[in-house]
Design a protein around this ligand. Structure first.
Ligand SMILES: Cc1ncc(COP(=O)(O)O)c(C=O)c1O
Length: 392
């Protein structure tokens, strides 16, 4: 039987290395186009905002169906400027999950608002609607609910938005890891009142440095965000409100404009690799040992999907497995080893160990395995083989 194309790479098993992610493989075929786009920006000397950023914003609107998209300097700054535009500050409460990247809660704290956490659903690692309902029933002055579409899988937006409507609170989607993911209600980041994406290089659509994008439904809010990303300045040197420098560089936008047309095929490549792991783990009987990621919205059969920014499993003896894989040349990562309610800088929130058991358990058990569109079948087979050897 002929070997599948992705096996014909001549890699020797003895020298097998499987990095968690290898961005050079994505860059290489696009190198000429990307360098030419960067050169055009250099020649134009239009280095901040400008036509490249305008194009990216328009294309993100088309791609996601969001009403407005505003390019900014990072995913963190996208969230920060959005919360500033909504006037969130001291005396306000924002509810989110403790099992996410730090920025989600960090931006709330920076504005002087109070963070209230609600635990995750153990199957999806995303904000649990029942935990959220309980928090909302006993918390006053909640000004925003922030679900995070962790690892590229949408949170339960139907249940979360229903609760939000009941309480009259806007939902802001942290879609930093989820551009391209979808849910029966729409594209990640374009379902609720507002949201944001990160274009940090390891994201599915990665810039050549930091970059981000805010999305929102309301035209007035979009105008405010545009103003705040540039120090609330309009016209030049006249300031209506205190914003910041959250502007997006033209070079980053130019790189993203070259990459965006490839995002769907890269996403399909990630999903194929997820399916490969799923079937190889099942064949090896490892689906009973590891807990594999779920695809809750794919089961609805309307073409919605997880985009596998990360392929995260729960693994018994996780740390020992990670060390074993590392010895075998296989990269992995723990997202995240310490939930946010237990972080030193959030001690004053008053949460102790045991406050969010599902987040704490996920932090102990989860392990991200290599997944990226250029990953070879042979490399994936090697990962599965080594995991089987560990549990043998
Ligand atoms: C869930 C989540 N939120 C926010 C951010 C912040 O994005 P950035 O790194 O672009 O500031 C990230 C990036 O890692 C993230 O994963």
């Amino acid at each position: 039987m002929p070997l599948p194309k992705r096996l014909l790479n001549g890699i020797q098993r003895s020298s097998m290395r499987v990095p968690l992610l290898d961005l050079k493989l994505q860059y290489s075929p696009l190198k000429a186009k990307i360098l030419s786009a960067i050169e055009q920006v250099a020649d134009s000397q239009h280095l901040v905002l400008g036509p490249q950023v305008d194009k990216l914003e328009a294309d993100i609107v088309t791609y996601t169906g969001a009403s407005h998209a505003i390019g900014v300097s990072s995913g963190t700054d996208a969230q920060l400027v959005l919360l500033m535009a909504l006037g969130i500050g001291p005396g306000d409460v924002v509810v989110t999950t403790p099992y996410t990247f730090f920025a989600t809660a960090g931006c709330v704290e920076r504005l002087g608002a109070r963070i209230v956490f609600a635990d995750i659903d153990p199957a999806t690692y995303n904000l649990s609607p029942s935990a959220l309902a309980e928090v909302l029933s006993k918390t006053e002055r909640v000004k925003a609910i922030i679900p995070v579409h962790l690892y590229g899988c949408c949170a339960d937006m139907e249940a979360i938005c229903a609760l939000a409507v009941q309480h009259g609170i806007p939902v802001l989607e942290d879609a930093a890891q989820a551009l391209g993911a979808s849910h029966p209600m729409g594209a990640a980041g374009a379902i609720a009142e507002a949201g944001w994406y990160s274009f940090y290089p390891t994201k599915n659509l990665g810039a050549f440095g930091d970059a981000g994008m805010v999305t929102c439904r309301d035209a007035g809010l979009a105008t405010k965000i545009r103003s705040l990303r540039n120090h609330g300045m309009e016209p030049r040197y006249y300031h209506h409100s205190v914003g910041g420098n959250f502007r997006l560089d033209a070079i980053q936008a130019a790189v993203l404009n070259i990459k965006l047309p490839h995002l769907d095929s890269w996403g399909a490549g990630r999903r194929e690799r997820a399916a490969f792991y799923r079937s190889a783990f099942a064949k090896a009987g490892l689906d009973k040992v590891l807990t594999l990621p779920v695809e809750p919205w794919s089961e609805t059969g309307v073409g919605t999907h997880h985009i596998y920014n990360q392929f995260v499993v729960r693994a018994p003896r996780r740390d020992a497995l990670r060390a074993f894989l590392s010895e075998a040349g296989i990269g992995s990562e723990i997202y995240y080893p310490l939930p946010l309610h237990l972080q030193e800088c959030f001690k004053h929130l008053g949460y102790g160990l045991g406050a969010f058991p599902e987040s704490e358990r996920a932090a102990q058990e989860s392990l991200a395995l290599p997944i990226f569109p250029e990953l070879l079948a042979e490399q994936q087979a090697y990962v599965v083989e080594k995991i089987a050897a560990f549990y043998a």
